[in-house]
Write a protein that binds this ligand. Structure first.
Ligand code: GDP
Length: 334
């Protein structure tokens, strides 16, 4: 399934659009019968230039409107991301301005074609064409800020990852190096897909798995759920909270050996923060690296955490299927 913004094409600035349309219009070679008087030829040519320029501008503007999905209809996960990146209200205002401009250009073209049909000499036809161009440029100038916003928005939105928000999704959390991506690889049927996420420089990893209850997604989001939330800026926090629209369950992975580089206390703090911020999403507590973990380390984690956990070794592929089974049973209950 594609993400809703994947087909947005790049947006020209007001200036670029004017240059593009007028340059093309001046090249447009309309076929005019040979034996018509010179003045009629010139007038036809001017009409053709106005029509062509307007058509090119209007098409470009309408394309922006057509390619943008209806923001009310897209999945809340993507709507939330669009809101963080650009602002849904702002996007709508910009699209409204583009719609206005495209209608104005259409109307103006009709008026000028009519006026040109009545032009009485070459200089009047030339003046009318120049006037029409001037007015088209001025309409575009009036929406230049909005076009600029849409141009920047397109660059960001087109890069959002393609996840299927309708598919049951498990998000994997825990500090860096605890074994999240090793786990995702182990439980995915094929090689996990890698996608960019505009809120972090790291790539997110999306695995899929066929189960007896249907296909599910397992997502590792490096850079999001692997650092204390108190260290996050507003945008990162919102990007984390957007996961609530996607995740049906979270698997939180602890590394009791601390070979990941983070003390158990920090890991438990992160767990508590995530649990508090994403309240409604059930969390499965999992301890990884069972192959090298010592009894005392497990005991210490139990004391600090004060909750039960499952144990696995993602590297040795032991206990992994049980973790997935338990998480699936929660997904199905929900
Ligand atoms: P992530 O940053 O949480 O995605 O962690 P990785 O999956 O990249 O794993 C970090 C390191 O821990 C790698 O060197 C893995 O090979 C190692 N690792 C992952 N799972 C296990 C495990 O169950 N046992 C041991 N001994 N090492 C593991």
């Amino acid at each position: 399934m594609k993400q809703p913004f994947s087909s947005l094409s790049s947006v020209l600035s007001a200036e670029e659009l004017v240059d593009f349309a007028f340059r093309r219009a001046s090249k447009s070679a309309q076929k005019i019968p040979k034996n018509v008087p010179f003045f009629i030829k010139v007038r036809s040519k001017e009409k053709d230039r106005v029509r062509t320029a307007a058509k090119l501008i209007s098409e470009r503007l309408k394309r922006i409107l057509k390619e943008m999905p209806r923001l009310e209809d897209i999945h809340p996960f993507y709507r939330e991301l669009a809101d963080i990146l650009v602002g849904v209200g702002k996007l709508k205002r910009c699209l409204g301005a583009v719609n206005w401009a495209s209608q104005m250009i259409d109307k103006l073209t009709r008026d000028y074609i009519h006026k040109l049909s009545k032009a009485k000499n070459i200089s009047e036809a030339g003046n009318l064409r120049r006037e029409a161009y001037g007015r088209m440029a001025s309409i575009l100038k009036q929406i230049s800020n909005e076009l600029e916003t849409l141009r920047e928005a397109q660059k960001l939105l087109v890069k959002l990852p393609s996840v299927n928000p309708e598919m049951p999704t498990i998000v994997v959390a825990g500090y860096t190096n605890v074994g999240k991506s090793t786990f995702v690889k182990q439980v995915s049927s094929a090689k996990p897909k890698i996608a960019s996420y505009p809120f972090t420089t790291k790539k997110i990893i999306i695995g899929h798995r066929r189960t007896k209850h249907g296909k599910i997604q397992i997502i590792d989001t490096p850079g999001l759920l692997d650092r204390p939330l108190s260290e996050r800026n507003r945008i990162e926090l919102q990007a984390i909270l957007a996961l609530k629209y996607l995740a049906k369950a979270i698997i939180f992975i602890f590394d009791p050996t601390e070979t990941c580089g983070y003390p158990l206390e920090s890991q438990v703090n992160l767990y508590r923060e995530i649990k508090k911020s994403l309240k409604k999403i059930p969390i499965v507590n999992v301890v990884n690296k069972a192959d090298i973990a010592k009894k005392e380390q497990l005991k210490r984690l139990k004391e600090i955490l004060g909750e039960e956990f499952m144990i696995m070794s993602a590297l040795k592929n032991s206990g992994v299927e049980e973790v997935l089974e338990r998480t699936l049973s929660i997904l199905i209950e929900k």
